[in-house]
Design a protein around this ligand. Structure first.
Ligand SMILES: [Zn+2]
Length: 139
């Protein structure tokens, strides 16, 4: 009897585990940054992107990202995934953590700390392309 080839979605679901918050936690392969990776059809992508595209039957448009409404990066439950932009994602994530600092300030400071050789002007330009404008950065 020939072994039947599993559908990508079937293989995918076998690598998830539901937690007590209803999140489907990815238990498959992970890349260096702690996010998962999954080879669905022909290319490798993040599991949450695969889950979104497969369950909603629609592609993620260029320039858009998938946000986790549950703030769990390894969650692949399509009910917890929605389309958004990078700046929305940064702002919302920051709002949820309850920080008093606006996200652009936090990002700017993180860049300065990680890459001290980068000029403030370059950081401003990069953040501006995401629709963020840190006010505290000196020129
Ligand atoms: Zn979730």
């Amino acid at each position: 009897m020939a072994k039947q080839k599993k559908l990508p979605l079937q293989r995918f679901m076998e690598k998830t585990k539901e937690d007590d918050k209803g999140c489907w936690i990815w238990t498959g392969a992970k890349d260096g940054s702690g996010y998962g990776k999954f080879k669905g059809h022909e290319k490798v992508m993040t599991p949450h992107k695969f889950s979104y595209e497969e369950h909603k039957q629609s592609k993620v448009p260029i320039g858009k990202i998938i946000k986790h409404t549950c703030d769990q990066p390894l969650c692949v439950n399509p009910a917890h995934l929605e389309l958004g932009t990078y700046s929305e994602n940064a702002k919302e994530r920051w709002a949820r953590t309850g920080s008093k600092l606006p996200p652009e300030e936090v990002i700017a400071r993180a860049i300065i700390k990680a890459l001290p050789e980068v000029k403030n002007e370059q950081i401003k330009t990069a953040l501006a392309s995401l629709g963020l404008s840190p006010k505290s950065l000196p020129d």
